[in-house]
Design a protein around this ligand. Structure first.
Ligand SMILES: [Zn+2]
Length: 457
């Protein structure tokens, strides 16, 4: 057995690992790297040698940094099955379509601005998406699936976004666990991460917040309420740069609750993303994925049926939101603020002292989002410099990722003295302390693999 590490090594985005077991070659995820443009261009156009002839791909969930390079792989000649949960197939369909559209829009905008060299051509376009969807095989949670050559795998609910799974790969008497992304416990809408069914020999684990302690979930609502009230009182704009799938729904859920409970007056909410309408539909299709509290709270209603949400699909609608005064909430991708519609809204708000940007999850380093989050006072947006006068806050508890303690709580049943662990999907300051924590918990070995390194076992 060997593992080739093809992404999210000593960094968070671009999840991709290639297993070879009994001659069977299986990818775990094929995610897009999200970072500075030039580096992202290089990494996202790269594929592992012989990627096209791999025997299968197992997709943990539909976030772009886990599925976003699938069109590149399929363009490169990959024709095998892409296994994912039924909800992930739907989420990935929307995410990939949106990603393709955003890349085309972004290139067009840069060309209009006279800087075509910044983005020579899109990584892929909407025409590349049907080829990916045609390879998808929908596998429910808990169903053991044979991949051939004595290798099988099973999905379990990871509680991270709709459809998210962790993966247990089994062959002969061996078991490998790939965590994908692990959610928090007691979050709105989704179930908690499912308990791992016993000890494993090999572990590939995420570590996004491996050395962090989030605020308890009980503090997240009040923090977010305070941010919304800030903008209500000042009649200003609240911008939420967000992953369109997952955080957007959580943010909508909280604002809807605040309004229903009379904690804030009704204010307009804009989801400025072509996938907004479809996401709502998808959540409605998979009610069986909600947790008990959510089902009890909504009864027979739709998840976002009662909020004053405007979903902006077209570029024209997006431009109208640009001129929208406060108070209002605008949720738009991408969380990196490197591309996507959020950039246009930040451009409008960046020098207004009463407007507020709230970050609600992980932001990769060396991106506009991270620089704003770090409190930098000058920001370059579309090749122009601006003074940052707006307010900036981060609510880490709104993250879709477990923190260090929650990861340990989740992994505990899998840990044992025979287990070898690779700590991925985390920056070194998170991943390294977390690998030491795993060693302290008694695993045989734990390390941070390098990109394109191979572990022989
Ligand atoms: Zn994710």
């Amino acid at each position: 057995m060997h593992i080739e590490f093809c992404g999210a090594d000593r960094t968070v985005t671009g999840s991709c690992h290639l297993l070879e077991i009994n001659g069977l070659r299986v990818f775990l995820d094929m995610g897009m790297y999200q970072g500075p443009r030039q580096e992202a261009e290089r990494i996202n156009r790269w594929l592992a040698p012989n990627a096209a002839t791999a025997d299968a791909l197992i997709l943990s969930h539909g976030h772009l940094d886990h599925c976003g390079k699938l069109p590149v792989l399929v363009r490169g000649g990959f024709k095998s099955a892409i296994h994912c949960t039924p909800a992930t197939a739907e989420v990935a369909r929307i995410v990939l379509g949106d990603s393709a559209a955003i890349q085309v829009e972004d290139v067009q905008y840069l060309q209009r601005q006279g800087t075509p060299q910044a983005a020579p051509e899109p990584l892929y376009t909407p025409k590349d998406i049907p080829g990916v969807l045609g390879l998808m095989r929908r596998i429910p949670y808990g169903q053991k699936t044979d991949l051939g050559k004595g290798v099988s795998f099973t999905f379990f609910d990871a509680g991270h976004i709709l459809g998210s799974a962790y993966v247990l790969v089994e062959w002969e008497s061996k078991r490998l666990l790939f965590t994908g992304d692990v959610g928090r416990y007691d979050t709105p809408i989704l179930r908690d991460p499912q308990a791992i069914p016993g000890a494993v020999d090999y572990l590939i684990t995420e570590s996004t917040y491996g050395n962090t302690q989030h605020a308890p979930m009980s503090e997240v609502g009040p923090q977010f309420l305070d941010a919304v009230r800030f903008c209500v009182q000042r009649r200003s704009r609240l911008l939420v740069p967000s992953f369109a799938v997952g955080r957007t729904q959580t943010v909508l859920w909280y604002i809807q609750r605040f309004m229903q409970d009379g904690q804030i007056p009704p204010i307009p909410i804009f989801v400025d993303s072509p996938m907004g309408v479809e996401i709502s539909k998808i959540h409605s299709q998979f009610r069986e994925n909600y947790d008990e509290q959510t089902l009890a709270a909504i009864g027979t209603h739709d998840l976002f049926g009662t909020s004053r949400v405007t979903f902006a699909s077209t570029t024209e609608q997006s431009k109208q939101i640009n001129d929208q005064g406060g108070p209002c909430v605008i949720i738009a991708s991408s969380p990196t603020c490197e591309f996507g519609r959020i950039l246009h809204h930040i451009k409008q708000s960046v020098d207004r002292p009463d407007d507020l940007i709230v970050f609600v999850g992980y932001i990769p380093p060396n991106t506009l989002g991270r620089r704003l989050q770090n409190g930098e006072k000058r920001a370059r947006i579309f090749d122009r410099w601006y003074d940052v006068r707006c307010q900036v806050r981060t609510i880490h508890g709104l993250s879709a990722h477990a923190d260090g303690d929650e990861l340990m709580r989740f992994l505990q049943p899998a840990l044992n003295p025979r287990a070898t662990a690779w700590v991925v999907h985390g920056e070194v300051d998170q991943a390294e302390p977390f690998s030491r924590r795993l060693l302290g918990a008694g695993v045989a070995a734990a390390s941070l693999p390098e990109m394109q390194s191979i572990a022989e076992l």
